[in-house]
Design a protein around this ligand. Structure first.
Ligand SMILES: Nc1ncnc2c1ncn2[C@@H]1O[C@H](COP(=O)(O)OP(=O)(O)OP(=O)(O)O)[C@@H](O)[C@H]1O
Length: 305
């Protein structure tokens, strides 16, 4: 496969803060790639270094085999960056904003209007860009980053702060962008978003990549991958270890938060039988592992976005 992006040993410090501490990764052409982690993990800094808007202190970045720093005009035409919607120019309408971005690439108004249609904003063309809703503003900023048909698109937390419906609409748009063959790299602190959209993810914390892989592969590697929950109080917690041992379940970890009793195990079958035999299935929920569990296992800490 052809690498769209290669990062090798990238480091960046702000004063005393080591924001990025030796990041290496490789994004294949056409991949949907996620960089995820909690606030302050170094995602934005890593993305900015890839985009060529920030110089790394150490390490190497290549986009299609070329360094994005110092700025390379030929490369700039091949990458698209979603700007923060807060940086739209005052007083410009939605249509004027996309037309302005098109003009940067010497593209005509037709292309700009096509992009507006593409992201479903034609009817909002006359609305001042800074009066759009959160989801609309994000769609406009994505349209601005896509107007010149870039091969790689970089998005920094594109769905942060959006309501669930607006997030889903944006996910559909991003999927289409990727299906057109473009490489998409996004940062997110939403694990569900990464799990749903990304072919592969790098989980970051404190400036380093803890693990890279497809969400499904990372979840499969989890030691305890199924969580069986029932209503709290159905089984005496002190009795539970004996019941689990009698059922031949040796690997369970048990958590009772007063609402649900959760048993996490690699062998859910006998756990379910034991609960069924005792008539203790009220409120039953069974779920597989998630990327949040992957984070927990990697760091020993609950994931807090
Ligand atoms: N321009 C800057 N000057 C000084 N420190 C910075 C600067 N930008 C980021 N930092 C610090 O570097 C660290 C990594 O920040 P970065 O924004 O890259 O992380 P992030 O994972 O994108 O976080 P978030 O999800 O909150 O945006 C943080 O501790 C942050 O406070």
């Amino acid at each position: 496969m052809t690498a769209a992006i290669v990062a090798d040993g990238v480091r960046k410090k702000y004063g005393d803060i080591q924001a990025v501490d030796g990041v290496s990764l490789r994004v294949e052409a056409g991949e949907f790639y996620g960089i995820l982690g909690p606030n302050g993990a170094g995602k934005t800094t890593t993305l900015e270094i890839m985009e060529g808007v920030r110089e790394p202190d150490e390490g190497r970045i290549e986009l299609f085999g070329k360094s994005p720093w110092p700025r390379d005009l030929a490369l700039l035409n091949r990458i698209g960056v979603q700007f923060q919607s807060s940086s739209f120019l005052d007083k410009l309408t939605t249509r004027e904003t996309i037309r302005l971005f098109a003009s940067f690439y010497r593209l005509g108004t037709r292309r700009a209007d096509e992009m507006l249609e593409r992201v479903g904003l034609t009817e909002f063309g006359k609305v001042p860009a800074d009066k759009l809703s959160g989801g609309q503003a994000q769609r406009l900023s994505i349209a601005c980053g896509l107007v010149h048909s870039p091969e790689i698109v970089f998005l920094d937390e594109p769905t942060a702060g959006l309501d669930p419906q607006a997030r889903r609409n944006l996910w559909d748009l991003l999927r289409q962008v990727n299906e057109e063959g473009r490489t998409v790299v996004l940062t997110t602190h939403y694990m569900d978003e990464a799990e749903l959209l990304c072919d592969r993810v790098s989980v970051m914390e404190r400036g380093t990549v803890l693990k890279t892989g497809s969400p499904a592969a990372l979840i499969r590697e989890l030691e305890d991958s199924v969580r069986v929950s029932v209503e709290s109080g159905l089984i005496n917690e002190e009795e539970l270890p004996k019941l689990l041992a009698a059922a031949g379940v040796a690997d369970a970890s048990v958590e009772d938060d007063g609402v649900s009793l959760s048993i996490t195990t690699r062998t859910p079958g006998p756990v379910l039988s034991m609960l069924a035999d005792r008539g203790s299935l009220r409120g039953l929920a069974v779920r597989g592992g998630t990327l949040e569990d992957v984070f927990l296992q990697l760091t020993g800490r609950e994931y807090r976005a």
